[in-house]
Design a protein around this ligand. Structure first.
Ligand code: ZN
Length: 75
C-alpha cells in the first residue's frame, strides 16, 4: 500500500518573448497563447570556431518574412 501527500512544486513558465530583430514583444491571444514565431537554438559543434557555444534567438512573423526575402536561394 502506498500513501501519497500533495506537495507544491514551483515551475517556470514562458511569460514574454521578444523578437531579436525588431525588439517588439510577441503578442498573445485571449487564451495566453503566443502568436506564432520562429525560435532557434543551436549548439555549435567541434567543426566550428564556436565549439560548445549555444546560440538562441526568436523572430516575429513580420521580421521572418523580411529576413527570408534576403536569402539568395528562396526557401
Ligand atoms: Zn520582429
Amino acid at each position: 500500500m502506498r500513501k501519497y501527500k500533495k506537495i507544491s512544486v514551483e515551475k517556470e513558465i514562458l511569460e514574454e518573448v521578444y523578437c531579436n530583430i525588431c525588439g517588439q514583444k510577441i503578442k498573445k491571444d485571449n487564451h495566453e497563447h503566443f502568436e506564432d514565431y520562429l525560435h532557434v537554438e543551436k549548439v555549435w559543434g567541434y567543426n566550428s570556431n564556436k565549439d560548445g557555444k549555444k546560440d538562441d534567438f526568436d523572430i516575429c512573423q513580420h521580421c521572418y518574412e523580411k529576413w527570408i526575402k534576403t536569402f539568395k536561394i528562396s526557401i
